[in-house]
Design a protein around this ligand. Structure first.
Ligand code: NAD
Length: 550
């Protein structure tokens, strides 16, 4: 097939009305036992289905009853994945209507275990595996994809969650993330393409795993790696004009470089850096709604200086500048502590992304001394060091601030800097607390606190919706700031009263529409969008949201 034919095949309405068994095996069209008698006659389905006709609602209940009876989260993940492969509308109906229950099964934490066992539980392939062996042919492989992709989530599997290098097993992450895009922001599954760039793995266990499905070689590095990624980005933009590419779970040394290389020319973002930043900034905005303070009056001390910390600090700086601070003032209000102590000017061996936050200051090796010296209004834990916010740290923050802002964002739970109960107890219930891991409600002195997770899934679906909906050419920091404001504004007074700095997750589609509108608004304002500005931005993005039904 010529390139033009392949493009035409992808952009014409999908398939000439599949029929009979082919229809039942097409997950985008299959309704299973919900096909009516009339449809069964008209579509050649007689005999392929048992006689009962179930409504979608009955199917949802059946799926949940079955799921709840399964003995482990991994088995639930496998069952949900099989449903996804069989009947997408039903899968997404289940996810949308039970997001609190299902999100942890199709994304973190269960997806981590699923990635580790990916070779063993692998059933039907989803998305595209593009290996370094196929260099020079990436465009052809992308052309094999039969749908008009508008959103690609791509990983090279080198830093999967906190689990490190999982090579091709990392594919579970783009798949899970794109499910959340469809469920939380209604981006049609047909527009979503998960991609693994398989450049090998340095994980010895995988190299010796008989079931390993990836390229059995050490990672390609250096210019060979960069050229391969570049071939992919160029081919993706040519094959799917206007496509949004989200980089996901790349290791530090690639993540910053790739983001900086492409962000000013292509519609790309990195969720680990920018999505995390926006969700944390939204938490700060919510906390400031309680204290009445301004962002550019805050002093932030980060425990950690990696993708999350520097991503958040950079966006906070942009937001402070937007509020009127100079960049130099804004930078000085953000301090980082890494495994070698406070990041200060003159400390040898500082990498590029930390240098901007290296201020004049005598070296300090421990976090508590850094707090006593710098007197932060907020501490943000993103170092994955469990228990690092000790009772002394928390009490010191409570002594320095009427309402100390305490964000323990590391996950999984064992890596959390402190628990919600510790944060409230050691600050006499005055902490404005957000967490990266789920914590139960806390009772203290007759008051009930409901801590909520600063989860990226509040942000990236809405950002994708706004960027795709407005056909934006770029995804800018200003869009992430707008997303953070929209998220913070969707937190109700009742939420704030009970200590919640984020809205309840079941409101996510409504929140994503607000975020999408805010992001699209920036795209139109800055001349980045394709098309005239709609009058009603929220209505405009809502009309583009996929609502799974038959
Ligand atoms: P990363 O590997 O890029 O960075 C980790 C940083 O922690 C490094 O700068 C390292 O020097 C520092 N560090 C390690 N040991 C330390 C110590 N003893 N004291 C001080 N600093 C130390 O990882 P990342 O992507 O930045 O993620 C960090 C953590 O944040 C992870 O637990 C991740 O799960 C979590 N995270 C949470 C969210 C969220 O809740 N929304 C989003 C992203 C990341």
């Amino acid at each position: 097939m010529s390139k033009r034919d392949r493009t035409a095949a992808r952009t014409t309405p999908y398939s000439p009305s599949p029929h009979g068994l082919a229809l039942l095996r097409d997950p985008l069209l299959n309704k299973g036992t919900a096909f009516t008698d009339e449809e069964r006659d008209a579509l050649g389905l007689r005999g392929f289905l048992p006689p009962a006709v179930l409504s979608m609602q009955a199917q949802v209940e059946r799926v949940l009853t079955h799921l709840r009876g399964l003995p482990s989260d991994l088995e639930k993940y496998i069952a949900l994945n099989a449903l996804h492969d069989r009947n997408e509308a039903l899968f997404f109906r289940v996810v949308c209507d039970h997001i609190d229950e299902i999100q942890p099964l199709i994304y973190t934490p269960t997806v981590g275990l699923a990635c580790q066992r990916f070779g063993l539980i692998f059933q039907r392939p989803r998305g595209l595996f593009i290996s370094a062996k196929e260099r020079g042919h990436v465009a052809e492989i992308l052309s094999n994809w039969p749908y008009p992709a508008k959103l690609i989530v791509v990983t090279d599997g080198e830093r999967i969650l906190g689990l490190g290098d999982l090579g091709a097993y990392g594919m579970g992450i783009p798949v899970g993330k794109l499910s959340l895009y469809s469920a939380c922001a209604g981006i049609h599954p047909k527009l979503c393409l998960p991609v693994t760039l398989d450049v090998g793995t340095n994980n010895e266990e995988l190299l010796n795993d008989p079931y390993y499905i990836g390229l059995r070689q050490r990672r390609v590095t250096g210019t060979d790696y960069d050229d391969f990624v570049d071939e992919f980005v160029t081919a993706a933009r040519e094959t799917f004009p206007g496509v949004l590419i989200q980089f996901e779970d790349f290791a530090n040394h690639s993540a910053f470089r790739l983001l900086h290389k492409y962000r000013d020319d292509a519609c790309v973002f990195n969720d680990d850096i920018q999505g995390t930043a926006a969700v944390a900034l939204a938490g700060l905005f919510s906390a400031l709604r309680v204290t009445g303070g301004k962002l550019n009056e805050q002093r932030l001390l980060f425990l950690g200086a990696g993708e999350a910390a520097t991503g958040i600090a950079e966006l906070v700086v942009s937001a402070m500048v937007a509020e009127g601070a100079s960049e130099a003032e804004a930078l000085r209000r953000n301090w980082l502590v890494d495994s070698r102590g406070l990041v200060v000017k003159g400390r040898p061996g500082l990498t590029e992304h930390k240098l901007r936050f290296a201020h004049e200051q005598a070296p300090i090796s421990d976090f508590l001394t850094a707090i006593r010296t710098l007197k932060p209004t907020a501490i943000i834990g993103v170092a994955a060091v469990g228990g690092a916010f000790t009772p002394d740290v928390l009490r010191t923050m409570a002594r320095l601030n009427e309402r100390p802002i305490i964000f323990a964002l590391s996950n999984p739970t064992s890596k959390s800097e402190c628990s919600a109960a510790e944060a409230y107890r050691h600050t006499e219930g005055r902490a404005l607390f957000a967490c990266g891991s789920p914590f139960d409600a806390v009772q203290l002195d007759g008051k009930t606190f409901i801590p909520r997770q600063g989860n990226n899934s509040y942000i990236f679906p809405g950002v994708g919706l706004g960027a795709i909906g407005s056909a934006s050419r770029l995804v800018t920091d200003e869009m992430f700031m707008a997303a953070a404001h929209a998220l913070a504004n969707s937190v109700s007074e009742a939420d704030l009263q009970q200590g919640s700095l984020y809205p309840a997750l079941p409101r996510i589609r409504e929140v994503s529409a607000q975020i999408g509108a805010a992001v699209a608004g920036v795209a139109y304002q800055r001349g980045l969008a394709g098309g005239p500005t709609p009058n009603d931005l929220v209505g405009f993005v809502q009309t583009q949201m996929y609502d799974p039904s038959y």
